[in-house]
Write a protein that binds this ligand. Structure first.
Ligand code: GLA
Length: 380
């Protein structure tokens, strides 16, 4: 980290920051429908070293490519940035779009490293955006709160990267707390932290990265979002958040089959999030399994965002005695999670490797995640 910074910029950084990736426990494709999500920050991070300059240059490099990107703050625009640097530089542009006076600030040097796998549905991009937004917020004294920093990351993702994603990922990355999930109402942006108590229950969450890479800037994600918007419009509501299970019969009568199934996923998924929260509070994580399982079925059959590798990961976990399992994130690849007795983690990993090999799929990466603290500054 420090050596990488010194190699590109000479000398030492003046501050150090980190932002985690995230896993969504439940509540998929509900965020851009103004609904509920229940993600947590994980113990995988993007770490960034920073140092202010005394001119107007932004200079960014990373251990991913070792390429050095340089641009003046005076030239920063969605059109002038591309490639991987669109994530860090896009966050700076978006801070300006949210009212930061970028004309009075000086340039900055940033060096980034990360152990969050890219394309695995664990929000490596939101971690990049959030770590930069958090750092410049403090170094340039912009005065944004964390909710606004999440919106800044999302704006960058939407406008600069071009992915029409919701607010969940950046919120999880910025608001996460150890051993807890974050319940976020994506309409009001009110959030609360709910303890998971995994350690006491001797439970572990295992991620199986199928290594089927997804892309949210193109294709299926945007199509799902468009279906949801069309469904809401046809049913006369601002967003699907305004509908409940009582509206399903009307929705079925009015909508074509595909749109109806998209709508049914979102309506039932919102219910499952709230039910998960109630069960976590009353009975603990060991009792949420059927909701995780039902969420996966809904994504597989109604929302149609799973892939055979994700279905296999979920099926093997369930056969292996997991409390519950589901794909997590936007879908079309990425990762599945299993909530499982801690003593069974090793054998689940073996079972996943064997099942993927037998099916002729790429070898998955199976690892434990610990619900962790959100983005933060570190002492140097
Ligand atoms: C991606 C997006 C999020 C959310 C999820 C699906 O992770 O970035 O905003 O829509 O997919 O729940």
């Amino acid at each position: 980290m420090l050596a990488g910074f010194a190699r590109h910029f000479g000398g030492a950084p003046t501050s150090l920051w980190s932002a985690p990736g995230r896993v969504n426990l439940i509540g998929e494709h509900t965020d851009y429908n103004d609904g509920f999500v229940l993600p947590f920050a994980i113990d995988r991070h993007t770490v960034m070293a920073a140092r202010l300059r005394d001119d107007r240059l932004l200079r960014v490099s990373s251990a991913f490519t070792e390429e050095l990107i340089e641009i003046s703050l005076d030239e920063l625009s969605p059109e002038s940035i591309s490639g991987w640097s669109a994530y860090p530089l896009g966050a700076i542009w978006a801070a300006g779009a949210f009212g930061a006076d970028l004309e009075r600030v000086t340039g900055i040097e940033l060096y980034l490293v990360s152990d969050i796998p890219v394309g695995a549905g664990l929000s490596s991009s939101a971690a990049l955006e959030s770590v930069v937004a958090l750092a410049v917020n403090e170094l340039w004294e912009l005065g944004f709160d964390r909710q606004t920093l999440a919106k800044i990351g999302q704006r960058s993702e939407n406008v600069v990267v071009g992915a029409p994603t919701g607010i969940m990922d950046q919120s999880a990355v910025l608001l996460g707390k150890s051993d807890s999930v974050v319940l976020l109402d994506c309409r009001s942006l009110e959030s609360s932290v709910i303890p998971l108590g995994l350690h006491d229950e001797e439970l572990t969450i295992v991620v199986t990265d199928t290594r089927v890479e997804h892309e949210h800037a193109t294709g299926g994600y945007a199509a799902r979002r468009a279906s949801c918007e069309a469904g809401a419009a046809a049913l006369g509501v601002t967003s699907l958040r305004d509908l409940g299970v009582d509206d399903l019969a009307r929705a079925e009568a009015l909508l074509d089959d595909e749109t109806f199934r998209r709508v049914r996923h979102v309506i039932t998924e919102n219910e499952r999030v709230l039910e998960t929260v109630a069960i976590l509070r009353e009975r603990g994580a060991g009792a949420i399994g059927t909701l995780l399982d039902a969420s996966h079925v809904s994504m597989r059959d109604d929302f149609e965002i799973s892939v055979p590798e994700l279905d296999l990961a979920v099926e093997v976990a369930r056969r292996h005695g997991a409390v519950g399992a589901r794909m997590t994130g936007g879908g079309f690849g990425g990762s599945a999670i299993a909530l499982i007795r801690s003593s069974q983690v090793g054998s689940l990993r073996e079972a996943h490797l064997a099942a993927f090999a037998a099916a002729g799929y790429r070898e998955p990466v199976v690892f434990e995640v610990t619900p962790s603290q959100g983005a933060t500054r570190h002492p140097l």
